[in-house]
Design a protein around this ligand. Structure first.
Ligand SMILES: [Zn+2]
Length: 479
């Protein structure tokens, strides 16, 4: 869909908010909303992407229109995500004093998220690095031969653990990596290590190093030797020098946060959080085919469906003449798929409310495939003394089948509610289960069961209403 069409739908969806009371549970509206959030032009809503920003803006506008008070910075809570590591321009290497050219003769590799590392030492050849007497390699460069199907990072990890100074990889199965290669691992951590440098050298440089040893060695010969499981350490009598330098590639993530202030002068200082993550997997290689072309992961069920539920609930509660007693904080989390980072940051940064007064959390994650399993799972009911009884009562008259999920599912259904549970807050996750399209490019809008979704949003509405108005708060129970 092009940008122009997107804008029309965007405006149309916002206008729908105006006639909210008649539109509630309109399944056609739900489908339009899910479709808007998960069309190809949103690019799978990877954090900090254009599509992600469009959806965040849409949620923010919906919150505003529902009359909610925007928290944080105009409704956005920003935080950063390390999305891999980039080599900078400081990567150098030389062999026997002769400088090598980056990305032609050698490439820096960052297996261990090391910011800067350098080494000038002699080289020993260790074949494929199997059953090596690593004592002989301490502090030295080890030249490792990587054959097809070898797991280079594991081999390198093993070597570095045994105290080698640095690693020179020689891969026989492909050309020297280009700049982008260093990001392939996409190590998403801010933690850094001070381990030795790792470089890959071209086959030409590898041959040169071997020739220098005067031992009549070449790659072809060595590959043959390795097939017989060689485990000797061969000093090559040459010195190698390299400096590798990386910086974390940081993305800016955004939670969208707004509040409906409670109507009770005292209870308004207590909060019920309703959340749904809006990020998804972006554009990457397909998990369903061996083809290496990248495809869009639309994430219609995961979790455009939950975001639509969130927006609908915000509109509903915002439209009430008499607001609920407790304050309700609505939040669309970013970077859930990257390790629940949105909810983690929500709970650890100052968002302008007293976090210790959050009394319960309701998470909507994947509520669009009721038709697949014919069951709505409500996870976390036993994280409070009263949760199970309360939920059973609420779903009693629903036309859909809802079940109290097992205690174990609190952990296995990993989503943002977990971070709240870890802070001793009673949680509820509404989820229609994992289906064949889960985390696949085939999780698309036309497969959404909007009737099931509408009924689930009704249940969520009842639940949030109860939590925000009940006399006494739920009592947390650890599982
Ligand atoms: Zn999800």
């Amino acid at each position: 869909m092009n940008k122009f069409n997107t804008t029309i739908i965007y405006v149309a969806l916002l206008l729908c908010g105006k006639v909210y009371s008649q539109e509630f549970l309109d399944t056609a509206l739900l489908r339009r909303e899910v479709t808007f959030i998960s069309t190809d032009d949103k690019g799978g809503r990877y954090p900090d992407s254009r599509g992600s920003r469009v959806v965040a803006e849409y949620v923010l506008s919906s919150f505003k229109q529902a009359g909610l008070k925007l928290l944080c910075n105009g409704g956005y809570q920003q935080f950063s995500l390390v999305d891999g590591w980039e080599p900078d321009s400081e990567n150098t290497a030389s062999f026997c004093g002769k400088p090598l050219k980056a990305y032609a003769d050698f490439a820096p590799i960052n297996y261990f998220h090391t910011l800067q590392a350098s080494l000038s030492a002699e080289i020993v050849f260790v074949g494929c690095g199997n059953d090596i007497d690593w004592e002989k390699c301490k502090g030295k460069w080890v030249m490792i031969l990587c054959l097809k199907n070898h797991n280079y990072s594991t081999i390198a990890g093993r070597a570095i653990k045994h105290g080698v100074g640095g690693i020179i990889l020689v891969r026989t199965d492909h050309a020297l990596p280009k700049y982008q290669y260093a990001n392939v691992l996409r190590i998403k951590t801010k933690t850094t290590t001070t381990l030795g440098p790792v470089v890959e050298v071209s086959l030409g440089v590898a041959e040169e190093i071997l020739k220098h040893s005067n031992k009549d060695l070449n790659i072809k010969k060595l590959v043959e030797v390795e097939k017989k499981n060689n485990n000797s350490v061969i000093p090559l009598g040459a010195t190698f020098e390299a400096r590798t330098s990386f910086k974390p590639k940081e993305l800016t993530c955004r939670n969208v946060v707004a509040m409906l202030e409670g109507s009770d002068p005292k209870l308004k200082n207590e909060y019920i959080v309703v959340g749904a993550h809006y990020d998804h997997l972006g554009i990457q290689k397909s998990s369903t085919s061996s083809d290496t072309t990248k495809v869009i992961y639309n994430g219609a069920d995961d979790n455009a469906s939950g975001v639509v539920g969130l927006v609908e609930l915000a509109k509903y509660f915002g439209s009430l003449n008499v607001k609920p007693k407790r304050s309700i904080v609505f939040v669309a989390f970013d970077a859930e798929e990257e390790g629940l980072l949105g909810s983690e940051n929500f709970l650890t940064q100052d968002i302008g409310i007293n976090n210790s007064q959050i009394k319960a959390m309701v998470n909507l994650d994947m509520i669009g495939r009721y038709s697949a399993l014919q069951t709505l799972s409500i996870v976390g009911c036993n994280t409070s003394k009263e949760g199970e009884k309360l939920v059973k009562e609420l779903v009693k008259n629903s036309p859909i089948t809802a079940k109290i999920a097992s205690n174990a599912s609190l952990i296995t259904m990993t989503s943002d509610h977990l971070n709240f549970y870890r802070k001793n807050i009673p949680v509820f996750l509404l989820n229609t289960g994992r289906h064949v399209d889960y985390h696949k490019p085939t999780d698309t809008a036309e497969k959404i069961d909007t009737y099931g979704m509408s009924q689930i949003i009704m249940i969520a509405k009842e639940l949030v209403d109860n939590l925000a108005n009940r006399k006494t708060n739920l009592i947390f129970k650890s599982l």
